[in-house]
Structure formats: structure tokens, C-alpha cells
Design a protein around this ligand. Structure first.
Ligand SMILES: [Zn+2]
Length: 243
């Protein structure tokens, strides 16, 4: 009897330890802030495994994108770093990631802008990308505005949902950001035939946000948010038969 109680106590201690570790570690990178579809739990199901996802770091080369006189920070560098962080997270989840550029200047894209954007779409299409996420940094004349905003084009099926998942995930790491999603026919959105979203992760013209965007730990947070947004988007898309 005494021995049994000892065994019971050891078991109870083991369970408490297990729960404590679980509480510390959390249930997994995409489960904590994902928004599961109504009535379903993600459980151990990985909605990203086997997906082909295109990540498009905006600008590159001579095209620096947005910048600010108070800093040598360029949009093209921020978004490339963010995209590479996002790629690593996705690859670890079993995704085949297609980067439209992974260096600077972007070797495989050439320089002319319109042609460059067309080639980004071609790179994604040829690799069989199932969705397309373009990453940018915003800028405005007034330094008041801050916060991520996500764009989509309503004529391309799935894009609104993709934008919605990404924007929700970004808002979760940007307390006070109440921006919604915006329907706009940007080139890379209207010329896509898979769900596509363009994310402006923040404003380089806002002093505090500019400082944050210069911080690798913050960019990692943004990459993790985009990862969670992609996971929750794909969790809602039914798998094709045989996949
Ligand atoms: Zn841009």
C-alpha cells in the first residue's frame, strides 16, 4: 500500500512536471495565436506541410524602396531579412518556399521595374506556388502613421482570406494596430492566379516603428506572425484529394 502510494506520488509529480514544461514551451509555434476554423482544433495537424509558398521581398538592387533621412535603413534590406526569417520558419514546417529574390541586388530578376515584377510572378508560377506573399515597408509624409496593413485584390479567389489571416496575425504582435485589410489592384496582386497578399509591415516614416524595424528581434516577431497567419489560412483550405 505504502509502495503503491509512492508510485502514485511519483506519477503525479511526473504529470505536474510535464504540464509545467508544456506551459513554458507552449503547444507549438503556430498554435498559440492561430485562429482555428470554427468547430475544429488544429491538434497536431500541420496545415503547412507539403505546401508551396512564394515569398516576395519587395524592391532590391538600385531600387531601395522606402527610406528615411534619419537612418540608412532601406525597405529593400528590411524586407529581405524578414523574408529569409519567414523562409526558415516555413521550411522547418515542411513548406517548399519560393523566394522571388534571396539576395541583393536580385540576380535572377534583372533591373527594369515592370518587367521585374512580372518576373517575380513568373518565378512563383513556374515553381508551382500555391499562394504569394509580397513583403513591403510603408512610408507616409506625416510621421504619425504606424502599423502593418495588408492588401489584396478581390478578383483573385482566396486573396481576401489570405490577407485577413496575415493582418490578424500582425495585429496580434502590434498592440493598438486597428488597421483592416484593403482591396487594391497592385500589379503583383491583380496578376496572380493564386491567393496573393501584399503586406506593409510598418511605416519607416514613424520614428518608433523605424527603430523597431531596425531590430532583428522585432523582425523575427513579424516573421513569426506572418508564419502563424499562413498556418491559419492554410488550416481553412481543404486539402485536395490524395494530398
Ligand atoms: Zn515597397
Amino acid at each position: 500500500m505504502k509502495r503503491e502510494r509512492g508510485l502514485f506520488n511519483a506519477l503525479a509529480a511526473a504529470i505536474v512536471l510535464f504540464l509545467a514544461v508544456l506551459a513554458l514551451v507552449g503547444p507549438g509555434p503556430w498554435l498559440d495565436q492561430a485562429r482555428p476554423a470554427a468547430g475544429t482544433a488544429l491538434g497536431s495537424y500541420n496545415p503547412l506541410a507539403g505546401r508551396v509558398i512564394a515569398i516576395d521581398p519587395g524592391h532590391g538592387g538600385a531600387d531601395r524602396g522606402a527610406s528615411h533621412p534619419d537612418s540608412d535603413l532601406s525597405e529593400k534590406d528590411i524586407v529581405l531579412d524578414l523574408a529569409l526569417r519567414l523562409r526558415d520558419l516555413l521550411v522547418a514546417a515542411g513548406v517548399q518556399v519560393v523566394l522571388t529574390r534571396e539576395d541583393d541586388p536580385p540576380g535572377k530578376l534583372g533591373l527594369a521595374n515592370a518587367e521585374n515584377l512580372g518576373r517575380r510572378l513568373e518565378v512563383a508560377r513556374q515553381a508551382g506556388a500555391e499562394c504569394f506573399v509580397s513583403i513591403h515597408v510603408n512610408k507616409f509624409a506625416s510621421s504619425r502613421y504606424w502599423g502593418a496593413q495588408t492588401f489584396y485584390w478581390s478578383e483573385v479567389p482566396g486573396s481576401r482570406a489570405l490577407a485577413d489571416h496575415l493582418q490578424r496575425a500582425l495585429r496580434a504582435v502590434q498592440q493598438g494596430n486597428r488597421r483592416g485589410i484593403v482591396n487594391l489592384p497592385y500589379f503583383v496582386l491583380r496578376n496572380n492566379d493564386v491567393p496573393a497578399a501584399l503586406v506593409e509591415v510598418g511605416f519607416i516614416s514613424h520614428p518608433e516603428e523605424r527603430q523597431k524595424l531596425n531590430d532583428g528581434a522585432y523582425r523575427q516577431q513579424l516573421a513569426e506572425a506572418l508564419f502563424r497567419g499562413l498556418a491559419s489560412f492554410w488550416a481553412e483550405v481543404p486539402r485536395a484529394r490524395g494530398r
